[in-house]
Write a protein that binds this ligand. Structure first.
Ligand code: ADE
Length: 248
């Protein structure tokens, strides 16, 4: 999968994405991250890409033309195809795991990072297909949100995590939080690893993990349970768990 990031700070994207798991995925050719500097498409000798807002008000607005030329240049570089264009904005739909999975099926994806007070509406209307926020707070620019999206989407691209299983049973899989994990030593600060995990009995381990997932989701994110795929057994377990908490 190929990410194309339209930004005023390409080094910020390339440096960070070149590290750790995304960095390895780039080297292995599972993904590419191409950060394109919008400033390279400025049409004046001072390389300015922003100007005062019509109607007055605080801050500067990014101009339509350089953003549009940057977009056209990216499309030309990929055989004139027109991939989805995600505009990073706190006004967008809130990013979640389901969106990460859906977007990971795209061959190319353009991420547009704004700065200053925003981008001229006319170019947004012409190129943006998806408005996405990473949460209800305002950041200084779209670069961190774009990197959050690239990270979460990349994990769902085949080959990136090595073991294709390791992203299957994880937090948000099926709208449940993941069960707790333990590793050596068997005893830490007087606390033993739960016996069932040492038993080698896989059916019991699976059952215990499912129950812990249900408990955690009930405790930390009960809102998720509404859309979780729960069996009659799960529901019975949750009822029992809820009653046991009431009595404590
Ligand atoms: N740009 C500024 N704040 C943002 C947010 N919360 N999500 C996406 N883009 C942003």
């Amino acid at each position: 999968m190929n990410f194309h990031v339209m930004t005023l700070f390409p080094e910020m994207i390339e440096r960070a994405m070149g590290e750790s798991i995304t960095g390895r995925a780039i080297k292995a050719g599972h993904i590419s991250v191409n950060a394109v500097n919008i400033r390279d498409f400025a049409n004046n000798k001072h390389n300015r890409v922003d100007d005062y807002p019509y109607g007055g008000g605080a801050g500067m607005v990014m101009q339509a033309e350089p953003v549009y030329q940057c977009y056209e240049s990216i499309c030309r570089s990929i055989g004139n195809s027109r991939p989805r264009v995600v505009f990073m904005t706190p006004q967008g739909r809130t990013f979640n795991q389901q969106m990460a999975e859906e977007l990971s099926r795209e061959e190319d994806l353009i991420l547009l990072c704004g700065h200053y007070e925003g981008i001229d509406e006319r170019v947004l209307n012409r190129i943006v297909t998806d408005n996405v926020s990473i949460g209800d707070y305002v950041l200084t620019g779209g670069e961190l949100p774009a990197m959050v999206m690239i990270d979460a989407i990349s994990r769902k691209v085949s080959g990136v995590l090595g073991n294709d299983d390791s992203s299957e049973i994880e937090t948000f899989y099926d709208n449940l939080l993941e069960y707790p994990q333990y590793t050596r030593p068997e005893v830490f600060d007087g606390e033993r690893v739960p016996d069932v995990l040492m038993s080698g009995h896989h059916a019991n381990i699976d059952k215990w993990r499912r129950e812990k997932s249900l408990e955690r989701t009930y405790d930390f994110r009960p809102d998720l349970l509404e859309n979780a795929n729960l069996t009659d057994k799960d529901l019975a377990y949750l009822e029992k768990y809820a009653r046991s908490k009431e009595n404590n």
